[in-house]
Write a protein that binds this ligand. Structure first.
Ligand code: ZN
Ligand code: ZN
Length: 275
């Protein structure tokens, strides 16, 4: 119980006539909303830092941190990641009871997305991987946080499942480290529902993808296109192409792999361009 709650309950005991139970409830809920605002301010003042739940509790004078952070995330769209959304592959390394706010622009569409997320979580006929895929396909081109993806999946292995969908099933799921340097750490994004990678371009580990995108500086190896040139009229994105020699698709190695924009990649596969 916080100091303010203690004070209030003392007043209740000493002056039962002074505050009626209904009023007590109202004061308490006002206190909760103050705590919630204090938590929001605390996160914004510590952007990009890893903060333990105990510090947040002290700063906001509340013991109800988890619940309030959940509300701030899924109702107000504050892009907070907790231990639940831990995923070192995309730059989020959080220990037990730690939080991080990595972008102070609220995502007002989160509450809307979460309507569907909650439904998916309780769909018995979908396994975690299918729930993740359904969520990606519904919100294609939206940057989704590890926090919401973990919550939709309901399993700790959500990151591996996302990378399975990308590397084995060929869904064009991008991250800050694989073709979308404009994105935040801790985000995944399905570029489109209309395209999956060719078989010979799949099965490249996430680590190797990261290395190749970094080496090729997130730009097309043929025309030099990068994300800064993106426009609605020309909505391409970057992919990996595995150069096949003599019709023999070899497993991807850094030497075989090249970053291409979707347009040049189509030209290569159609034989219009040679690399
Ligand atoms: Zn290109
Ligand atoms: Zn290819």
């Amino acid at each position: 119980m916080s100091k303010r709650e203690q004070e209030l309950s003392l007043r209740m005991m000493n002056f039962p006539q002074a505050i009626r139970p209904r009023e007590f409830g109202r004061l308490l809920s006002r206190h909760a909303s103050q705590a919630r605002e204090a938590i929001r301010t605390y996160f914004i003042n510590h952007i990009g830092e890893i903060v333990p739940v105990s510090e947040v509790a002290i700063a906001a004078e509340t013991t109800n941190v988890r619940r309030l952070v959940w509300e701030l995330t899924f109702q107000d769209g504050l892009r907070v990641i907790s231990e639940r959304g831990n995923d070192p592959a995309v730059g989020i390394s959080l220990g037990r009871s730690e939080y991080c706010l990595f972008d102070d622009t609220p995502d007002y569409s989160m509450a809307h997305r979460w309507f569907l997320g909650r439904r998916l979580r309780h769909e018995d006929h979908l396994d975690a991987t299918q729930s993740i895929l359904h969520y990606f396909q519904t919100f294609a081109t939206w940057a989704l946080t590890t926090e919401e993806l973990a919550t939709v999946a309901g399993v700790r292995s959500f990151g591996e499942r996302i990378r399975y969908l990308q590397a084995e099933r060929g869904f064009p799921i991008a991250t800050k480290f694989t073709g979308r340097p404009d994105m935040n750490p801790g985000e995944y994004l399905l570029e489109t529902v209309e395209r999956i990678a060719e078989f010979h371009d799949r099965r490249v580990s996430f680590e190797l993808q990261k290395r190749v995108y970094e080496r090729d500086e997130n730009a097309c190896g043929i025309c030099g296109w990068n994300r800064r040139s993106w426009s609605r009229d020309d909505p391409r994105f970057l992919e990996l192409h595995n150069r096949v020699r003599g019709g023999d698709p070899r497993p991807g190695t850094a030497e075989n792999l090249k970053v291409l924009c979707t347009r040049c990649h189509d030209d290569v596969h159609a034989g219009r361009t040679r690399i």
